[in-house]
Design a binder for this molecule. Structure first.
Ligand SMILES: [Mn+2]
Length: 426
């Protein structure tokens, strides 16, 4: 018995094609909307071309609970185009089985639609097994993510209803936590954790996992592939910068052989973000040139979307709206200045410092040293003292800059952590 399958998940449809407010051109946003449709069409083409027996979808088809029904309808249409191929779906933490979920047949019906006959959704929040007449000898096992689930439960340790003979295919939405969780991509939410050992001990032959946005495979000690994440088939966020596609593989008892595993790309644009610190840049050409060299380090191509995030303090002020003036190195470049602080003036800072405060004392002494250096025409020293005053001021204000000294020039690298920005759920 062999099973040839296509695996995809985490469409996050309805979640936009680019983060809003990043300043990409309207034409680019429209192009990405078209490319989102094309990526979904490509999945149908791949399934037909590769003659797969079924489609495995472990969750997060839409992005949030309040998604419009039109989005669910797009998914129904996609699955209908795959008919008569069986499509197996297990809801994840974004498209979870709440009372109003479009996965409920009666909710779909209220909107005048029905899930196509070839779609098999596991709606129960405990292990359930499905066997299909068209795929004898295969047992699909899964459990849906519910609305108020504990996110740290080790579900894979609970016994599954597996028979002796069949090929066992698990569909599951959760976080693989090898090595104490070091493999969790930064900023991603841990939900329903498990590790490869639990996958092997559960007795399944392949685990189709959803939640992570990148491709990742799970290997048994004898080098067979026992599960994997296909990741998102379409990039919509700057945290998802690697290749996007679907898994096509042939499953036998005990796992997938490396030779039959393919990852087939469905999106050809990468989203690349680079941060550049403009502290100490004295004019716009210098700021532009710093941005150009930062952009060069990304090795982005004319297919990619590049976001340059300017940080630090820059004299042109917080209302500065720079345009990309460098070579056309990317398909579209957006410059984010929302974190850029206006230029530092020691005089203004002194005026605002509370009387008798440590900050006031620090600024007074620094100003005296800057003035002294200027009088002695020690320009480099004066500039350096000015920067030191600025970083000292930032530290007093709770900015906690991390400084790095390189040779004789003082190069400042301010790493700012804005947790709210990274809360893109998965
Ligand atoms: Mn998820």
């Amino acid at each position: 018995m062999k099973l040839r399958f296509l695996q995809t998940s985490d469409f996050h449809l309805g979640g936009g094609v680019l983060p809003s407010g990043h300043g990409f051109q309207h034409e680019t946003v429209r192009l990405r909307q078209r490319e989102e449709r094309e990526a979904l069409e490509r999945i149908v083409e791949i399934a037909q071309r590769e003659s797969v027996d079924c489609i495995l979808i472990p969750g997060d088809l839409w992005d949030h609970e309040a998604v419009s029904f039109a989005v669910a309808k797009r998914i129904m249409d996609l699955f209908s185009a795959l008919s008569p191929l069986p499509v197996l779906v297990v809801p994840g933490n974004h498209d979870f089985m709440g009372v109003d979920s479009p996965y409920h047949p009666h909710i779909a019906q209220q909107h005048g639609y029905a899930w196509p006959d070839n779609v098999h959704i596991i709606r129960e929040t405990k292990w359930r097994s499905i066997q299909l007449p068209e795929l004898p000898g295969v047992q699909f096992i899964g459990r849906a993510t519910g609305s108020n689930v504990k996110t740290d439960e080790r579900y894979l340790r609970e016994p599954m209803p597996l028979d002796e003979e069949s090929l066992h295919v698990l569909l599951f939405h959760g976080s693989q936590l090898e090595g104490g969780g070091r493999s969790v991509p930064s900023g991603q939410k841990v939900t329903a954790p498990f590790d490869t050992k639990e996958v092997i001990e559960s007795g399944i032959d392949w685990g189709a996992f959803g939640h992570y946005h990148h491709q990742q495979v799970l290997r048994s000690p004898d080098e067979r592939l026992v599960g994997g994440y296909a990741g998102v088939p379409f990039t919509r966020n700057f945290r998802d910068s690697n290749e996007k596609g679907v898994i096509v593989a042939e499953l036998e008892k005990g796992g997938v052989h490396e030779g039959s595993y393919q990852f087939i790309r469905t999106d050809f644009r990468r989203y690349i973000r680079v941060e550049v610190n403009l502290s100490g840049a004295s004019d716009e050409p210098e700021a532009q040139s710093r941005m150009a060299s930062a952009a060069k380090t990304t090795r982005c191509t004319e297919q990619d979307l590049l976001q340059i995030r300017a940080t630090g303090r820059f004299g042109a002020g917080s209302f500065w709206k720079p345009e990309w003036t460098g070579d056309p190195i990317a398909f579209d470049v957006a410059i984010d200045t929302s974190r850029l602080q206006s230029g530092f003036s020691i005089e203004n800072a002194l005026r605002e410092a509370p009387e008798g405060s440590a900050l006031g004392e620090f600024l007074t002494r620094m100003k005296a040293r800057i003035d002294e250096a200027r009088q002695n025409e020690q320009t480099v020293k004066a500039e350096r003292m000015q920067l030191a005053a600025q970083f000292g001021y930032d530290a007093f204000m709770g900015e906690a800059p991390r400084l790095k000294a390189e040779g004789i020039d003082l190069v400042a690298e301010v790493t700012e952590i804005h947790p709210a920005d990274e809360e893109y759920g998965d």
